[in-house]
Structure formats: C-alpha cells, structure tokens
Ligand binder design. Structure first.
Ligand code: DC
Length: 226
C-alpha cells in the first residue's frame, strides 16, 4: 500500500503556501488543511462578540464553539458553529486583528490540538506558521516558503481585489510587513524555519513549478520508503 505522508508547509503571508498546498493535496489525493483559516475563525468570533480585548470571555466562547474545515472545490470551506464563514474571514479587518488573536497561548493550544487530530492519519498537506515546528515536528516533509515583500503584497492585493476590496498596494504592503513582524516576533510559536525544512523562495517561481517540485519529492520518498 502506498504510504500517506504528512507534509508541512510554513511561511509568511503571501508566500504562496496556500495555493501550492491546495494543489499539491489535489494531485496527491491528500487532505488540505489551512490552519490560518482556523485563527481567522477565532478572530471573527472575537470581532462579532466584541471580545477582541477580552481574552477570558473569548476563551469561554471558543470552548463552546465548533470550528470545522471541510474540503471544497477551491480549498477549505470554513464553518463556525455550522455557519459558512469562508468569505467572511478574508477581510482586511480580520487581517488587522488575526496576529493578536493568534498570539494568545490558550487559543494556540486549542487549535494545535484540533490540527493534530485532523492530521493524525497522515495523507495531509497542512499549511501555516508552526506546522513543522509545533503541530507536526515529525512531519515526513517540511517546507518553508519565502518571497520578497513586494511580490507577496501584489499577490495579496489580487486576492483582496477579487473579493471586491478597493485597498491600495501600499496599504496591503504595510499590513503584510506589520503582520510579518508580529508573527515572527511573538513569544509563542513564532514563524521561523526549522533546520530540517526545505526552503523555497517563490518570488520568481510559478505555481506549477512549486507544485511539481514538492510532488516529485513525495514520489521519490514513496519509492525510497517502500
Ligand atoms: O495564513 P494566513 O494569512 O491565513 O494566517 C492568518 C494568521 O494566522 C497569520 O497572520 C498568523 C496566524 N497563524 C498562526 O499563528 N499559526 C498558524 N499555524 C497559521 C496562521
């Protein structure tokens, strides 16, 4: 029987990890898990209930809430207490607040537990900031994506424009730099490359090249691990 690997992809916003992970998962018949969507769901919960600043109340609400990711045609469909929030979590308001929410240790503990449960059977491509370091330190293959900031801002701008936003390039660029600083500088599970990760600079690569590179490595590993 073919071995089903656990593949971790970490990297900053706009580095191309989501689109790559999604496509690699489809090619391999693996489950794709977007862990950033889960931190975004908790941020939406905090905004809607007016608890961005009230950690205790947010944690109480989170323990009574259900965050579910289902495989969709184009990535994960995200549910918060059975409501489809896939589009609602992709706004600039969420972008501005998600780093603060994801630096709450108890939020991370709870979401990491859920992610480990979702991926424990293998056959997953999981992407985020701490997958190779905290969620699955024993992952079979670990990747760390990077890209220069202008290219990342350009990609994020295209996503936001597609969902109807009129935000400018400069605003997106600033927001990405701010989020980089918060995600890399936080005390708990900061974004950083583990020694056993393969770094891929996607600045001048196409999606196809990124996917082919990873899928080829998986195929080779399938043979060597037989
Ligand atoms: O990948 P993304 O931009 O959707 O992630 C949103 C935020 O969630 C990101 O700014 C940091 C946080 N995050 C995290 O702390 N750990 C993860 N595994 C995934 C995301």
């Amino acid at each position: 029987m073919k071995k089903m690997f656990t593949i971790a992809i970490d990297g900053p916003a706009g580095s191309g990890k989501s689109s790559t992970a999604k496509r690699v998962a489809r090619k391999l018949g693996y489950l794709f898990i977007d862990t950033g969507a889960m931190y975004r769901a908790v941020t939406l919960l905090a905004i809607r209930t007016g608890n961005l600043e009230n950690k205790q109340e947010l944690l109480r609400l989170l323990s009574g809430s259900k965050i579910v990711l289902k495989p969709g045609k184009d990535g994960n469909i995200v549910f918060l207490n059975d409501e489809d929030i896939t589009n609602a979590i992709r706004t600039e308001e969420i972008n501005l607040n998600v780093s603060a929410i994801s630096s709450i240790p108890e939020v991370r503990t709870e979401l990491v537990r859920m992610q480990q449960e979702m991926g424990k059977a293998g056959g997953v491509v999981m992407e985020g900031r701490d997958i190779g370091s905290v969620v699955f330190p024993e992952a079979d293959l670990k990747f760390f994506f990077t890209a220069n900031v202008d290219e990342r801002a350009r990609r994020r701008l295209a996503d936001l424009k597609e969902s109807g936003s009129d935000i400018s390039f400069e605003e997106v660029r600033k927001s990405i730099i701010r989020r980089d600083g918060l995600d890399s500088g936080r005390e708990i599970s900061p974004l950083n490359k583990t020694d056993d990760s393969i770094e891929i600079d996607t600045t001048s690569l196409t999606l196809e090249q990124q996917c082919d590179y990873i899928v080829d490595l998986v195929r080779k590993k399938e043979h060597t691990d037989e």
